[in-house]
Design a protein around this ligand. Structure first.
Ligand SMILES: O=C(CO)[C@@H](O)[C@H](O)COP(=O)(O)O
Length: 457
């Protein structure tokens, strides 16, 4: 049984690696020039078609392996709750494979649509230049009309493509949910059968209840299975690096690019040599963005306790303070008091340490916090160099706290995301790495994929 599962996992991993390599070649097609006379156009077109069909096939294969894994779990869970397939680790593994499949599908659809538009544009230019050569009797107005018409057609095609991609994304999310529900229902039905066998008189009553509550059970199973989930990748663009004059719009853009949380750096000019903003700005952002976005507020201030209530009222979702500041103010008692106050004010609690602070200082609080933030630069400014030697702290934390969110912040980019992810960080703050990128969506996807892969191992 376990061998079949291991074999499926191996096949899934090998397909994932092949898809990743093919996607890399596929993405390279998106760097051609825009001139209609590009001599490589037809060969790039045929390479596009070949890779397009190969990746499509691989994604379909990976999807059926994921389905086989789900079936395998569902089948074995009929053996009872003690079956190895009912452990959270097995369910978690399947969920990670599905996340990877979803990320690849999104990346593939996005790249396909971009490359197709690029090739169409190049085709269009070459067609309109041959038009010009062949039919010089056409006046300037007519030629402009033809190219306007062609450009409009091209825009229609692109937007239809985008719509299709969105539909595909939604369909794959629905499929994934159904598969999860199938697994949870398998386990629930086994338990129901066991009870029914034990108390035959209750059988018919239970059947009626089962039928009437079927829909509720599905929903409940979904909630149970998602609450069992241990860690997930959380990508947090640091808005310190955005255009601060357009902050609301910048945040909206980040959320549209796929950010999970917005990381808000509060600096008081004492704890760090820089000044940023306080509760009024957080409140304005909350008003503009609504209740949904998660505000991950990082307090680089000398008196964190003072700011707990104002930040909660302003709309912060999570309050991360520096151990150094709290300890200097009032020792261990102050740290505990802040943690208590954060919880009383309904926020998630995080503790952070600067690079020179030993990890041991925050270990006594790790059972009480939701997240540990390991700074990978000296706090104060965006755009500094990532300190890889901080990964030792991350590794140690992950080894001892399997389910705690571990965040890294400072100089994190796609170039070092694998280092952070394999060390054990699942929450990533990136300022310049995301905000200044040409394609922030692609960067966020890559970061998420890297963390998902590390979580699988
Ligand atoms: O808190 C800080 C710096 O103190 C960070 O959140 C930076 O703002 C991240 O920016 P990059 O280093 O990723 O550019």
């Amino acid at each position: 049984m376990a061998e079949v599962w291991e074999d499926l996992r191996k096949r899934a991993r090998s397909l994932e690696n092949t898809i990743e390599a093919k996607l890399a070649s596929f993405n390279k097609l998106n760097t051609g020039n825009n001139q209609g006379t590009n001599p490589g156009l037809s060969s790039r077109q045929s390479l596009f078609e070949r890779l397009d069909s190969e990746i499509n096939t691989l994604i379909t294969e990976l999807s059926s392996i994921n389905d086989e894994m789900a079936d395998h779990i569902a089948h074995h869970s009929t053996l009872g709750p003690s079956s190895w397939t009912s452990t959270p680790a097995v369910q978690h593994t399947l969920r990670r494979h599905r996340d990877i499949l979803r990320d690849y599908t999104v990346e593939f659809n996005r790249a396909r649509s971009n490359i197709r538009s690029q090739l169409d544009r190049e085709n269009l230019f070459s067609t309109s230049s041959s038009f010009r050569d062949k039919d010089e009797s056409l006046g300037l107005n007519n030629r402009t009309k033809i190219s306007d018409y062609a450009l409009k057609e091209h825009e229609h095609i692109s937007s239809t493509d985008r719509l299709l991609d969105e539909q595909l994304g939604m369909a794959s999310a629905t499929k994934e949910n159904l598969a999860r529900q199938k697994i949870s229902m398998g386990g629930i039905s086994v338990r129901m059968q066991q009870i029914a066998r034990k108390y035959p008189m209750l059988n018919s009553v239970m059947q009626k209840i089962q039928t009437r509550k079927r829909r509720d059970t599905i929903i409940l199973a979904g909630v149970i299975s998602s609450s069992m989930s241990a860690l997930r990748p959380i990508i947090c663009p640091s808005i310190l690096n955005a255009d601060l004059a357009m902050l609301g719009k910048e945040c909206e853009k980040m959320l549209a690019y796929g950010a999970d949380w917005l990381h808000l750096d509060v600096m008081d000019g004492h704890f760090v040599p820089n000044l940023t903003f306080g509760p009024p700005l957080v409140e304005s952002l909350r008003k503009q963005l609504g209740p949904k976005p998660f505000f991950d507020v990082h307090l680089m201030v000398s008196d964190p306790l003072f700011w707990v209530k104002p930040m909660a009222s302003a709309g912060a979702s999570s309050f991360t303070f520096h151990w150094e500041a709290a300890y200097e103010k009032g020792g261990d008692g102050e740290v505990k008091e802040i943690l208590k106050s954060i919880k009383e004010n309904g926020m998630r609690a995080g503790i952070s340490i600067k690079p020179k602070t030993p990890l041991e200082k925050i270990l006594p609080y790790c059972e009480q916090i939701d997240m540990a933030l390991i700074m990978t630069v000296e706090p104060g400014f965006g755009g500094q160099k990532f300190m890889e030697d901080m990964m030792e702290k991350v590794r140690h934390l992950r080894k001892n706290y399997k389910n705690m969110d571990i965040q890294v912040d400072g100089g994190v980019t796609v170039d070092n995301i694998d280092v952070c992810a394999t060390a054990g960080a699942n929450v990533v703050v990136s300022g310049t790495g995301i905000i200044k990128a040409a394609d922030p969506t692609a960067i966020i996807e890559k970061m998420r994929l890297s963390i998902n892969k590390a979580l699988l191992n």
